[in-house]
Design a protein around this ligand. Structure first.
Ligand code: G
Ligand code: G
Ligand code: MN
Ligand code: NA
Length: 254
């Protein structure tokens, strides 16, 4: 209804932006990548939280158009960052279930990569376990094609969906992101600490890259580093930033 109309309008007339959260190497604090996160500021409502409009976009199918906008914007802004000399940087974009079901998804991504001029290897796609499990054979086929082009595929929110070790082995993935719900109480909850260190150990055995999400404290950072986690995202290092603020941070980080 109303919110849907406003979102449609924003997609046509502006108000949709992309922010970027650094993905950081735990050993030395070097920024290796970014996660693209969509932001919407409506003329009347002000900032609408993604938790409100992403589910709406998924229900109404607008997520396909929105997701494509995010991909296009993220690749274009990454091209600029590469041009400024940050040429090792990659960008990760979230793929919603409905996007994943588009029969021409891979071709559309090819087109956007080509238009942006960045190499396919600089793009990473984040997919949740729930999305992958909807149609396992289709998921494996799409992920395989994305990886053939050199793009990386990672499991997002790992641990919150249906994840058997069997599937971890079968899915053609490059890495996984430990869901922030496990990271939050790392320092105070022995069970969460054990789960996180087990996920890290398992991922390393399978030669998958591990990212811890939602890292907010030095204690979490230290625990993760000591247990062999390679990468982290979270407010402790940086919140998601608009492109211009990110550029400044990258200059300082170089
Ligand atoms: O920043 P955060 O509040 O940014 O995002 C809230 C939720 O919205 C997260 O689950 C995140 O994965 C999701 N989200 C943010 N940006 C996108 C996007 O571009 N596409 C999809 N499918 N989900 C997104
Ligand atoms: O679901 P997904 O993992 O794609 O989205 C990441 C979400 O986590 C976004 O909403 C982002 O803004 C949020 N986020 C990033 N870092 C932190 C953090 O350190 N703490 C919390 N609480 N949320 C975070
Ligand atoms: Mn994500
Ligand atoms: Na996540």
């Amino acid at each position: 209804q109303r919110l849907e109309q406003s979102l449609r309008r924003a997609l046509e007339n502006g108000g949709i932006e992309v922010h970027y959260q650094p993905k950081v190497r735990l050993v030395d604090g070097h920024i290796v990548g970014l996660e693209a996160l969509v932001r919407w500021t409506d003329a009347e409502r002000g900032v609408v939280p993604p938790g409100h409009f992403i589910p709406l976009a998924e229900r109404t199918g607008l997520i396909v158009q929105l997701g494509e906008r995010v991909l296009e914007t993220a690749l274009r802004q990454l091209a600029r960052l590469h041009h400024l000399g940050h040429d090792d940087l990659h960008v990760a974009v979230n793929l919603a279930a409905l996007q994943f079901q588009q029969p021409n998804l891979v071709e559309r991504i090819d087109g956007l990569i080509h238009a942006s001029g960045v190499p396919a290897a600089a793009l990473e796609l984040e997919i949740t376990e729930t999305t992958m499990m909807r149609d396992i054979d289709h998921a494996i086929a799409v992920m395989t094609r994305l990886r053939e082009r050199g793009s990386h595929v990672t499991i997002d929110d790992f641990g919150t969906g249906y994840s058997s070790l069997e599937y971890l082995k079968r899915f053609p993935i490059d890495g996984l992101k430990i869901d922030q719900s496990f990271v939050r109480d790392l320092a105070s909850d022995a069970n969460d600490a054990a789960i996180v260190s087990a996920i890290i150990a398992m991922a390393r055995t399978l030669q998958l890259e591990v990212v811890a999400e939602g890292v907010e404290t030095a204690a979490q950072w230290d625990y993760l580093r000591r247990h062999g986690c390679q990468l982290a995202q979270g407010y402790y290092f940086s919140k998601p930033l608009p492109a211009d603020e990110l550029e400044l941070l990258l200059q300082q980080n170089a």
